[in-house]
Design a protein around this ligand. Structure first.
Ligand code: SF4
Length: 508
């Protein structure tokens, strides 16, 4: 733990005449947590760093002073904040910025123009993810967007919006898109509302055993009656997304020339196709359908993010068709999967920009495994094991979308993770007695791994698959590839691709 940060928090707090309790109330934590930070016994989480920065005016350098999160979370938020319907392709790059822009437009409704500065991951991959399209749709087509690649902010997805009237700046909004479509706006911070007091699987499982209740009943007890109606709505959105994706054809937007494949996969029939191969093909088709809809900017449900939105619906939709489960069963499965997603979101992260793809696809796989475990009436222990297997085998997975688009490798990753979730449930069904690792410890490991992964592999487009030149991908010539389809020779003839870029394109 970095003592300097604790001392700074204390100095700024006292300078503003706040007691520890008052500061804790403003940022939605306990005075015990503030005391621990000030005494160097723990380190604030990302969201609390953001709130501290906004409340006390601490500069962004606090982020660089240390990254390890040791603070224990004080509760978990509603599943309504995990499953959210919105337009893709990215919960942090389109859904979050959309909310921030709507807030700014409402706050400065008399402004005649806006300008926007993007930082961190939003600057580096925002254009590919469609952040610019969302900003201009809401704030106006002439909005100036400036990506700042250098300045480090507290959160990697930070943006500043300046409102203008008659060429004079009349106000600004600084905000972070903190993952899963959630945002934190400076000066408008609300203390988080925790509906779950338990923040570890061990404690939730103990409570469920003590009260002889399944995991889904625990969620319903905490959240009240409205939860099932809300989740039914989300389930309907997931289903219509799969149906739309299965009937759509053509090239996905963005310039990579990626063809939609869900319909093709779904329609294939091989004479000798085994039941296992058919299951794989159909589950993958469903995951592709959602992934492609998301990439095309369609309406999806974050589960837990847009980029990983295909895993949970693919598994649930397939088993609903295969076993004839009722909507009620599916809702129970979503509740159980949601508890797992919530635990990961609370104790680690569901943001690729923060912890890499293990936090998005890994979390989605764990949610899907737990949800399927619930559908198939596995015990609480078996469900834990299924989720643990699913997350464990995504540890270290980097976030490296080519050209910042949520297409390569994201769409295929959804399909692979959906199959892995089914395998995890099969293993858990037979082997849960022999397991040695708990879900809680894998979640902690995922956070530690994410902290240690280089920023080059966290949705910045600087390492991994896109290393051949994200800037070039955003330039007009790449669209030529989309126009000419797979005729690479023509593109080569135009001399607009580097060798490495062509190699990547050939792979897909
Ligand atoms: S690589 Fe994974 S984390 Fe990164 S955008 Fe794609 S799905 Fe999301």
């Amino acid at each position: 733990m970095n003592m300097n940060l604790g001392e700074k928090i204390k100095k700024m707090r006292i300078g503003q005449g706040l007691t520890q309790a008052e500061l804790a109330k403003r940022i939605g934590t306990t005075n015990r947590a503030v005391s621990k930070w000030e005494n160097g016994l723990s380190y604030p989480s990302y969201p609390n760093l953001v709130r501290l920065s906004h409340t006390l005016g601490l500069s962004q350098e606090i982020y660089t002073e240390g990254k390890k999160q040791t603070e224990k979370p004080t509760g978990m938020r509603s599943l309504r904040e995990l499953y959210k319907a919105g337009c893709g392709p990215s919960s942090s790059h389109t859904m979050g910025p959309e909310k921030i822009c709507l807030y700014a437009r409402e706050k400065y409704s008399r402004a005649d123009a806006f300008s926007v500065t993007l930082y961190g991951s939003l600057a580096k991959t925002g254009m590919g993810h469609g952040t610019d399209r969302v900003i201009r749709r809401i704030l106006g087509e002439n909005t100036a967007i400036h990506p700042d690649y250098e300045t480090q902010k507290v959160h990697p997805n930070t943006m500043e919006i300046t409102a203008w009237k008659d060429n004079t700046a009349v106000g600004s909004v600084r905000a972070c898109s903190v993952g899963g479509g959630d945002i934190e706006i400076e000066g408008a911070l609300q203390p988080p509302i925790y509906v779950y007091e338990h923040t570890s699987f061990a404690r939730i499982a103990a409570y469920c055993r003590q009260h002889a209740m399944p995991l889904y009943a625990y969620a319903e007890e905490r959240e009240g009656r409205g939860l099932t109606a809300y989740l039914l709505d989300m389930w309907k959105t997931m289903q219509s997304c799969i149906r739309r994706g299965l009937s759509a054809e053509g090239i996905l937007p963005g310039g990579l020339g990626i063809e939609r494949k869900a319909k093709y996969l779904y329609g294939q029939h091989h004479m000798d196709e085994s039941a296992q191969t058919k299951e794989n093909r159909i589950v993958c088709a469903y995951a592709f359908a959602v992934g492609e809809e998301n990439a095309a900017g369609g309406r999806v449900v974050t589960a837990p993010t847009c980029g990983a939105a295909g895993v949970v619906p693919a598994v649930l939709y397939y088993f609903r068709e295969k076993n004839g489960f009722r909507d009620e069963d599916i809702i129970h499965a979503m509740e159980t999967g949601g508890i797992i997603g919530n635990l990961i979101k609370t104790n680690a992260s569901i943001s690729g920009a923060e912890c890499g793809c293990q936090a998005e696809i890994g979390s989605a796989c764990a949610m899907a495994a737990a949800a399927l475990g619930e559908l198939l009436h596995l015990t609480v222990d078996q469900i834990e094991y299924a989720a643990e297997i699913a997350l464990e085998h995504h540890l270290g997975l980097t976030c490296d979308p080519v050209c910042g688009l949520v297409q390569i490798p994201c769409i295929e990753r959804n399909a692979v993770a959906a199959m892995r979730a089914i395998n995890a449930v099969t293993l858990a069904n037979f082997l849960s007695e022999t397991r040695k690792i708990s879900l809680d410890s894998v979640i902690r490991t995922m956070k530690e791994t994410g902290d240690d992964i280089s920023g080059r592999y966290k949705e910045t487009g600087e390492g991994g698959l896109p290393r051949t030149g994200i800037r070039k991908c955003n330039e007009k010539p790449l669209s030529a590839y989309a126009i000419f389809g797979r005729k690479k020779e023509i593109c080569k003839g135009l001399g607009i691709f580097t060798k490495k870029m062509l190699k990547i394109i050939e792979l897909y």
